[in-house]
Design a protein around this ligand. Structure first.
Ligand code: PEP
Ligand code: MG
Length: 755
């Protein structure tokens, strides 16, 4: 294999390309000159340009291959090495291309004598429009630097192609985009719901007019000015009074600020300008590198940081184009469906909630922070649709169908009509629930059931008032920790907890202490890879082994409560001893604050989650020590049935409405009643009407659920006669059935219970 001499870099070549553009001559002649110049500069025998036309990659120009093959050789996307580069939008450098399994021999080109191949995609707005290839006879190992040079050239070439400098008008139109046909794409539902609206791109496409610099010092100073103005802008946003989002958005902005001063990033931008690119093209080039790196990284935290950097590059482009501050959030249509590759929670909060109807992400998982925020806002989100942005034009009509994890872009009238119908049914239902907001949650036979909401972000607070819930039955404090790049300080925590309690007023808020570990990974805590993280070092186990974090949190809670009643609950308690140790930590913090004459809660109610089955068999020993218990049915299901709650294959295998879970819960209810201790259930099942019916029937009188479940559950219980249901259930607990769902549905039907 032959090592190559160091590459001369793109500067000379960019100058040469500029000269070619200034030459008279037809577009064909220009393109021929371009490939000749690239071949010479890259010390390659072959340089070819393939462009996507009618869904095929057509050879448009070549230096070195048989000229007869031009406009004849065509490859499908995915076919051969060139097709592979286009399909994956990534470079390929091969010393022995012909022995690569993807190699597709095209006899008309005469390429059999060339062994090595370096190809890069020609991309515009993330859309692949062609492929640029160089080839050598010898088995050559292309260097990283050569790949980068060819990528820079490809970027410049793509702009020239798209702007018509290298092609005739007809070809430009053909290459520019495939016909806008309707399409449907599957993803994952990250937040449920249904929306119809028009596409808005979160990152507005900025088309750069010029990629090669006329005057390098001028470009440098333009870049510097844009960086300075971007920094100012970020500072201004940081200083602006932060109305209702405190923590989350500040932290993202702080990250931007840090990157805006990152010398590595700024250095790369300068090197790119030095090589002969305009400031805009330099930003695009460095952004392209970031995106490549992002594709290879699986660590969610690093990916998120790279996404931040990518976002910052977009902001810099806006500053260069003089369009800074005008984000897609401005001039938002009334029915916007937002498309983004990835997105931070704070960015989502930039948009007017009343106009934003749906969100589509190329990446994203249901535990991603933006998904958590979107759920709190009630915006349907479909994630995991790779490459979708390139196929959507702003203004396209889009249907987001959270029920089936799919989207329709430019759908036909029949599809739209069908979805409009189910949308109006859904809206009518929501309006009905809103109208029933002030109806008391009383069953037909007069039993009062406390309906509480689950929360975890400040934006959830609005739901308390919207739903008229009795309080917050589960405040997942870890969400505040998860949406931040750094650990929130005691002060910041205190401020958040105080706001939550102030907002709730007389309504109780049950703060659950940090429940991290398992799938909830804090970016700033060292990771300990575990085979079974759900059953590993998580929640209270971490807190007891490394109490520093918990102490800070307890102190913040105690101080934030001042003269109020504070409800604290510990997660994942598996045995009474763990509760005692956690409680001791709390008592010590109380004593410490009192000794320091610091404010402390007027009264403290301490409880535990019941989500590990072992604890149920210690209830007689536990109950005298606690003020309340809350069943976490999500984890309880996974531990009772030994089924991973995050494994989609296990999702429907066992039913919460099984005789085993229901009789287990009945035992818990009986124990708590006999000790006169309040019992709540705060897992997802409490928010599903049929499940909630069964829970109330077996004796629960407090349920905490996602806010959007309050309406349907209240409607159910107002149509329910508890005594009759309790009697009905008596006969079912010991049945050998897999599930009691069918019987309960039948009961609801026959007794007019609205589920
Ligand atoms: C549960 O496990 O049911 C629960 C409410 O806690 P989380 O879903 O946060 O684990
Ligand atoms: Mg849990």
């Amino acid at each position: 294999m032959i090592a190559r001499a160091p590459s001369p870099g793109p500067r000379g070549l960019l100058r040469r390309l500029r000269e070619v553009m200034a030459d008279a001559g037809s577009v064909d002649e220009r393109l021929a000159k371009v490939v000749r110049s690239i071949a010479a500069n890259m010390v390659a025998e072959v340089c070819s340009v393939y462009l996507l036309r009618n869904d095929e990659l057509e050879l448009y120009a070549t230096e070195g291959l048989n000229p007869e093959a031009v406009h004849k050789t065509r490859l499908k996307v995915g076919e051969g090495l060139v097709g592979d580069i286009a399909a994956h939008a990534r470079p390929l450098a091969l010393a022995d291309a012909q022995n690569h399994p993807q190699f597709a021999y095209k006899p008309e080109t005469g390429e059999e004598i060339y062994h090595s191949l370096l190809g890069v995609p020609l991309q515009r707005d993330a859309r692949v429009i062609g492929v640029l290839v160089v080839q050598n006879k010898t088995r050559t190992q292309y260097s990283e630097e050569e790949v980068e040079v060819l990528e820079t050239i490809a970027m410049v070439l793509a702009e020239m192609v798209a702007s018509g400098q290298l092609l005739g008008a007809d070809d430009v139109a053909a290459v520019a985009r495939a016909p806008s046909l309707p399409f449907r794409a599957d993803g994952r539902t990250l937040s449920e719901g249904l929306a119809i609206g028009q596409a808005v791109l979160h990152e507005p496409r900025i088309h750069i007019e010029k990629t090669i610099a006329d005057d390098i010092p001028l470009e440098k100073s333009r870049l510097d000015a844009a960086v300075a103005s971007m920094r100012d802008h970020v500072n201004q946003m940081l200083e602006a009074p932060d109305n209702d989002i405190v923590g989350e958005s500040r932290d993202v902005l702080e990250t931007y600020k840090m990157f805006a001063h990152d010398t590595g990033w700024l250095h790369k931008l300068h090197v790119a300008v030095e090589s002969g690119l305009t400031a805009e093209a330099a930003v695009l080039r460095v952004q392209g590198d970031t995106r490549h790196r992002m594709q290879a990284i699986t660590d969610p935290y690093l990916r998120e940081r790279l996404a931040d950097l990518d976002d910052l590059a977009n902001r810099l482009l806006l500053h260069l184009s003089g369009k800074s501050g005008k984000s897609a959030a401005e001039n938002l249509p009334d029915n916007a469906i937002l498309f983004a590759r990835a997105m931070g929670p704070a960015e989502l909060l930039d948009y007017d909630r009343r106009r934003l109807q749906g969100l589509v992400l190329e990446e994203g998982s249901s535990v991603s922070h933006v998904a958590i925020v979107a759920r709190a806002l009630g915006i349907p989100v479909i994630g995991g649709i790779g490459g979708v942005i390139a196929r959507v034009e702003p203004g396209d009509q889009v249907v987001v169908d959270g029920d089936h994890a799919q989207i329709f872009v430019r759908p036909g009238p029949d599809v739209v009509r069908a979805f409009e119908q189910s949308l109006s049914l859904r809206q009518a239902r929501l309006a009905k629930y809103a109208a029933q907001r002030d109806e008391p949650p009383l069953t037909r036979d007069g039993k009062r059931v406390a309906l509480l909401v689950n929360a975890g972000l400040l934006i959830d607070l609005a739901h308390l008032d919207e739903t008229n819930a009795d309080g917050i039955g589960l405040y997942r404090t870890e969400l505040q920790f998860l949406v931040r790049p750094t650990m929130p300080k005691a002060e910041a925590q205190q401020q958040i907890y105080r706001r939550v309690m102030e907002h709730a007023g007389d309504r109780p808020v049950v703060f659950r202490t940090l429940d991290v570990g398992g799938d909830k990974v804090l970016p700033y805590l060292a990771k300990h890879p575990e085979e079974n993280p759900a059953m590993g070092w998580r929640a209270i186990r971490i807190s007891l082994d490394r109490p520093a974090l918990l102490k800070v949190q307890l102190r913040a809670l105690l101080q934030a409560a001042e003269d109020r009643v504070l409800h604290v609950m510990f997660p994942m308690i598996a045995e009474v001893d763990e509760f005692r140790r956690a409680r001791k930590l709390l008592d010590r913090e109380v004593a410490r604050l009192k000794a320091l004459k610091k404010p402390v809660a007027r009264e403290i109610k301490v409880g535990t989650m019941l989500e590990v089955p072992s604890l149920a068999w210690q209830l007689p020993a536990l109950l005298p020590l606690v003020d309340f218990v809350s069943v976490g049915s999500n984890d309880l299901m996974q531990f009772l049935f030994a089924t991973d709650r995050g494994n989609p294959r296990m999702m429907d295998r066992y039913d919460p409405l099984s005789p085993s879970l229901l009789s287990f819960l009945r035992w818990v209810v009986q124990q708590c009643k006999s000790h006169d201790k309040p019992l709540t259930l705060c897992g997802e099942m409490g928010g599903r009407p049929l499940e909630a019916m069964a829970l109330i029937g077996l004796g629960f009188d407090r349920l905490s659920m996602p806010a959007n479940a309050i309406g349907p559950v209240k409607e159910m219980l107002r149509s329910l006669d508890v005594l009759s249901l309790a009697e009905f259930l008596e006969g079912l607990y010991y049945l050998p059935d897999h599930s009691l769902r069918g019987r309960l549905e039948e009961y609801a039907r026959e007794n007019g219970v609205i589920v």
